[in-house]
Write a protein that binds this ligand. Structure first.
Ligand code: SF4
Length: 348
């Protein structure tokens, strides 16, 4: 790559006529950046980009939403959540539906707001909907640290935290047909790039760690096309991602959380793919442990979209009854969801 100009890389990707290459991005922010930059239209038809299970809202099973709805209906409890999750349907309703019926649901912009709220109203219980990947878990650990230091007992977490390596392994071992992965940049900033090197050695598939700018994503795709059939890792996001990751973030996560099995929409329970509160902090748990049921809306193909088995536009509801204004499935709700991004960018 060093001796190629950027124009030569663009020409290569547009005119590539070799074996078909299937590349998966496993980060919702990459999915959004790929659409925003119009990258699919810059690639030869022999290069396919497939969105993977990297949107935290999209992979959250309905049992978690149902539990949050149930908690929000208690008069002494308020559920705190980020924006997108509020609109995702559980088995019967979303948190937004529950809120419209009078349930206690409140959107926050930072988990740290939960500390202020809990302190102001010590007789009321606040439950934070703690969903996300390795990137977000350190923030929840900070909240917990703060709550313990300030002796706040009315703040709890309902955790549905997930980790990337196990789900990548699941996708490969379940017929994903993937030739290379765009490793998630934000996650890699915490875990370090060495995690993806180990995965590459194990799976025999190349990984390239990428940032989120269009130029860097094109260089990442170029690298992966040329690495097809070989294991190996390249880190094109070295300003942010170190081989060992963010040791301080990993230390605080390890203090409060431990690995657990986790349920993923479309994939079921994947051993070791989640994080739960350590037993000594169970008094901060709002009932997270046995949540694994998933009831997809009728006709919704999110489960297949999330593992790259179908493209969003292959879902019969896409752009017809399912749009961002009237989303049936989580993949159309979240701004990191594949269906949402395909719809707003007109991607085919
Ligand atoms: Fe589900 Fe809507 Fe996507 Fe179809 S278009 S898979 S219904 S979110």
């Amino acid at each position: 790559m060093a001796n190629k100009s950027f124009q030569e890389i663009i020409d290569f990707l547009k005119n590539y006529d070799g074996e078909e290459v299937r590349i998966m991005e496993v980060c919702g922010t990459h999915t959004a950046a790929i659409s925003e930059n119009g990258i699919p239209s810059m690639l030869s038809p022999k290069i396919s980009l497939i969105s993977g299970p990297g949107c935290p809202v999209c992979v959250t099973v309905t049992a978690v939403i149902d539990k949050l709805v149930e908690l929000s209906l208690r008069p002494d409890t308020t559920v705190l959540t980020f924006g997108d999750l509020i609109r995702v349907k559980g088995t019967n309703k979303s948190l937004a539906d529950a809120k419209a019926e009078g349930a206690n649901v409140r959107m926050v912009y930072s988990p740290m707001e939960s500390i202020t709220l809990a302190k102001e109203d010590p007789d009321h219980t606040y439950v934070f909907a703690a969903i996300g990947f390795e990137t977000t878990t350190p923030v929840y650990a900070m909240v917990l640290k703060e709550a313990i230091e300030q002796d706040i007992k009315n703040l709890k977490l309902l955790t549905s935290l997930k980790t990337m390596p196990e789900v990548i392994r699941w996708v490969v071992n379940n017929g994903g047909g993937i030739d290379g992965f765009i490793a998630p940049g934000h996650v890699a900033a915490i875990t370090g790039s060495d995690v993806f090197k180990e995965l590459s050695d194990e799976l025999g598939i190349p990984f390239v760690v990428s940032g989120f700018e269009g130029k860097q994503l094109l260089m990442t795709i170029y690298a992966l096309v040329n690495m097809k059939g070989k294991k190996g890792i390249k880190n094109l996001y070295k300003d942010v991602v170190l081989p060992e990751g963010n040791l301080k973030a990993k230390e605080i996560v390890d203090r409060y959380f431990c690995p657990s099995d986790a349920s993923w929409r479309g994939m079921g329970k994947i051993p070791g793919s989640g994080m739960m509160l350590r037993p000594e902090y169970s008094s901060f748990d709002a009932g997270s442990t046995s949540l694994d049921e998933d009831h997809m809306p009728p006709g919704c193909s999110c489960a297949k979209v999330l593992v790259g088995k179908v493209k969003p536009y292959e879902c019969p509801l896409f752009g017809k009854s399912c749009t961002p204004d009237n989303a049936h499935g989580a993949c159309m709700v979240s701004t990191e969801g594949s269906c949402y991004n395909y719809f707003v960018s007109g991607r085919r």
